[in-house]
Design a protein around this ligand. Structure first.
Ligand code: ADP
Ligand code: VHF
Length: 265
């Protein structure tokens, strides 16, 4: 059996979707085509008998639009304020569409540093595992009101790997606005080549990863590589793929050569 075919047997799956995949680059408005497809695919994973956690960005992007600001704010307090507005909005939308598929969702707001705090870590772990046992879909984002470090660097990528570690996930899927990891940023280099598999995260791989590609994205490929390090060193395979590909999750699960697969140690 080849490495890709094994992905079909993964039972506990984290799906992370970035702001750039949930909104239109030109207008900043929500991309409902994308959102509805994502929700349908996650429901299908559940119907296949898998446990799924969704890590979603987008609070700042959605809140910026809701509050009619011309651009994504730069100052921290304003980012936190629009994130609070956008998070409520985003959850309302997820709840509405997931309920059309008879799915129950739960909001989980956490910070990366909970991993270093045993009591908080245990509480987060208990809540997530109990939700999965109940058949609900935990929807996770950074707690932007208190997570000043993350909001500056925009690191839901690393957060999703930490969540994976917390629940001993089998697979982490990062859905982005790019096909996977290239040997250089394809927005800057027309000759950039997609890397289909990574077995070891060497210095060379880290040097390939640049910053965000659009005004809505944050962290870029660098934070995805940080996520890959945490995931693979904790036995979790990770795939970076393009959210705009039709049935992208199904294709990953059925072993299609799509995106970049980071193979767990
Ligand atoms: N080596 C690389 N391979 C692929 N993408 C890269 C690379 N270096 C930088 N990037 C940029 O990373 C972006 C994806 O990250 P980001 O903008 O943070 O999106 P997201 O909202 O999905 O997290 C791409 O659009 C691309 O411009
Ligand atoms: N917590 C922030 C997300 C920060 C973030 O990591 O963004 P992204 O690079 O789009 O995954 C928000 O919801 O806007």
């Amino acid at each position: 059996m080849n490495i890709r075919e094994k992905l079909r047997d993964k039972k506990k799956i984290i799906v992370k979707v970035g702001s750039s995949s949930l909104t239109y680059e030109e207008t900043g408005e929500i991309n409902y085509f994308r959102l509805e497809r994502l929700i349908r695919e996650i429901t299908d994973l559940k119907n296949m008998g898998k446990d799924v956690i969704l890590v979603t960005s987008g609070a700042i992007a959605v809140g910026t639009k809701t509050m009619n600001l011309p651009n994504r704010p730069n100052c921290l307090e304003e980012k936190q304020a629009v994130a609070a507005v956008g998070q409520a909005n985003l959850m309302m939308i997820y709840q509405k569409i997931f309920s059309e598929y008879n799915q129950h969702v739960a909001q989980i707001l956490i910070t990366k540093n909970l991993i270093d705090q045993p009591v908080r870590r245990q509480n987060a772990q208990n809540t997530l595992n109990t939700l999965l046992k109940m058949g609900a879909i935990p929807i996770v984002n950074e707690n932007d009101t208190v997570a000043t470090e993350e909001i500056v660097y925009g690191d839901n990528d690393t957060l999703s790997a930490i969540v994976g570690k917390l629940v001993s996930a089998d697979l982490l899927i990062l859905l982005s606005d790019i096909n996977g990891l290239y040997d250089s940023d394809p927005r800057k280099n027309d000759d950039a080549k997609l890397i289909p598999h990574v077995t070891e995260i060497t210095d060379n791989i880290q040097h390939m990863a640049g910053g965000a590609g659009t005004v809505n994205g944050t962290g870029g490929m660098a934070t995805k590589i940080s996520a890959a390090k945490i995931a693979t060193s904790n036995g979790i395979d990770m795939v970076i793929a393009n959210a705009s590909v039709d049935n992208v999750i199904e294709k990953i699960i059925y072993g299609e050569e799509i995106g970049t697969l980071f193979i767990a140690k």
